[in-house]
Design a protein around this ligand. Structure first.
Ligand code: NDP
Length: 255
């Protein structure tokens, strides 16, 4: 057993959707622990800015542009990371978008954009990295799920449907890949303040409601998620697969 069961220092970690928000916080946490980290997203300038912000760090992050709605881009991204770093030990499958509105108002285009990023993109990213992990005989994949899977909210129908699919995917891939040494787990955040949710939580009434329904009585931050991601990537979770850990301040423990 490793002396430090939470050691991720000698790993290569790829984080999809990590130019900002939850993905970037997790990427930085891994880099601070010594992992070789590659951040990805659609906007090259945003990725460069994210890398530059930690450029003084002794372990700077690499970056690749990759739109997860484009399977060719996923393939190219994964291949270049493997060519440059030799392996991928951890995938944080994080890219996601949302658009809130009543179910009756979604257009087919809205639906496709959410599904193509949050579900189709997550699947093909998992598959592309999974092929390498199976070949190397080890790896840990962490799918960023959502509270929407476990107790849905109104006005996020395609988002909740996509995240429920991600939850199912976590279990199925864990069943298929366990014998190859590849673990697949989920991390389901509760309400976390990021660009994705900023508009929602600018309403003081909603913010007050959030505090009321959260047993830990506060909004989550991106840093609340990093420890669980490190646990799921590390030897400390070596016998854990097919599970999704809800990091939501206790909301989903209630009715
Ligand atoms: P942000 O909007 O802050 O960040 C989203 C990230 O995903 C950005 O880096 C963005 O970069 C990237 N991204 C979006 N679309 C694509 C795409 N097609 N291909 C590649 N990258 C993409 O959101 P959060 O950090 O809040 O969300 C991260 C994940 O956490 C999502 O999967 C979300 O569903 C999930 N989540 C968030 C919660 C919250 O309360 N914030 C709660 C539960 C789950 P760019 O736009 O430059 O491509």
């Amino acid at each position: 057993m490793a002396t430090n069961q939470f050691d991720v220092s000698d790993t290569v970690t790829l984080v999809s959707g990590s130019s900002r928000g939850i993905g970037l916080a997790i990427a930085r946490a891994f880099a601070e622990l010594g992992a070789k980290v590659v951040i990805t997203g659609r906007d090259e300038d945003a990725l460069l800015a994210a890398c530059a912000a930690v450029a003084q760090h002794p372990n700077p992050m690499g970056h690749r542009t990759c739109d997860v709605a484009d399977t060719g881009a996923i393939q190219a991204c994964v291949e270049t990371v493997v060519a440059e770093y030799g392996r991928i030990d951890t995938l944080i499958n994080c890219a996601g978008i949302n658009k809130r509105m009543p179910a009756v108002d979604y257009t087919p285009d809205d639906y496709d954009r959410i599904m193509n990023t949050n579900l189709r993109g997550a699947f093909f990213m998992a598959q592309a990295v999974g092929r390498h992990m199976i070949a190397q005989g080890s790896g840990s994949q962490i799918n960023i799920d959502s509270l929407s899977t476990y107790g849905s909210l109104a006005q996020v129908a395609p988002y909740g449907m996509a995240k429920s699919g991600v939850s199912s995917m976590t279990r199925v891939l864990a069943l298929e890949w366990g014998r190859h040494g590849v673990r697949v787990n989920g991390l389901a955040p509760g309400f976390i303040l990021t660009d994705l949710t900023e508009k929602l939580w600018s309403d003081p009434n909603l913010l007050a409601w959030n505090r009321t329904i959260t047993p830990l009585c506060r909004m989550g931050t991106v840093d609340d998620l990093t420890g669980t991601a490190i646990f799921l990537a590390s030897p400390a979770s070596g016998f854990l697969t097919g599970q999704t850990i809800r990091v939501d301040g206790g909301i989903s423990a209630g009715i």
